[in-house]
Design a protein around this ligand. Sequence first.
Ligand SMILES: [Zn+2]
Length: 265
Amino acid sequence: MIVDTHCHYNLEPLLSSWETHWENAKSAGVIASVVVGTNLDTSKKAIELAGKNPHFAATVGFHPNYFKLEEQLDEISQLEALASAEKVVAIGEIGLDYFRLSDSPADEVVKEVQKQALRAQLAIAAKYSLPTCIHVRDKGAVAYFELLEILSSVKQESAPCILHCVSGPSEYIQKAVQLGVYIGVAGNSTYPKSDTIRSAIALAPIDKILLETDAPYLPPQSHRGQTCEPWMMSETADSLYINRKITADQILSNTQAAFLDKIPV
Ligand SMILES: [Zn+2]
């Protein structure tokens, strides 16, 4: 009875055989999946797949790594047209990714563009009262705290915010939790060296924890080195049940709350 709150059936190598992957996931206890967009094209694909499978929902959004050039900001206006499409349950994945960026002037421009893209997409989410699915990654702490600043400055009272594949320093997690965010737990929480991620999960209130695969990325520990497939998430779920003493029922109720009761289970 698991909902995969973040899965890329809309990306290869999952897309061309998504039906098989879904059947395998069902056999592993998955009852619904949120198919997450990463740009205009994959957001449209997410909506298309959600139309084909009664247990799929879709999100639409531009992943921060798609914003290397300012001209791409124009495409965000096209995203708004998708926000009200049937089965769209959130705006995402959106956020900040400074992992491969330096402090060079050129990279500082890229960061600025990412922030503009994030603000513009948060505005769409607010306008349509949609939850947001946030991606944030950095070698240091800058992106995490800049995200907090942006989230705090945007009024999101009615729309939950999900930190997908949670990571980041404890101080950031504590502040994020105070903002009422949901915490997405992915396969990387099972890696022996992921103490920081497990500490982040330990800080999350029991009613704010969600499960996800992020397939085809981040397979859980026993499948590392392979493509992550949606059925593998039972390992992540089992590890979470044990470590946080949380039940599948509780996670399901958290999931419906995070997505405003729109998950088609
Ligand atoms: Zn993702």
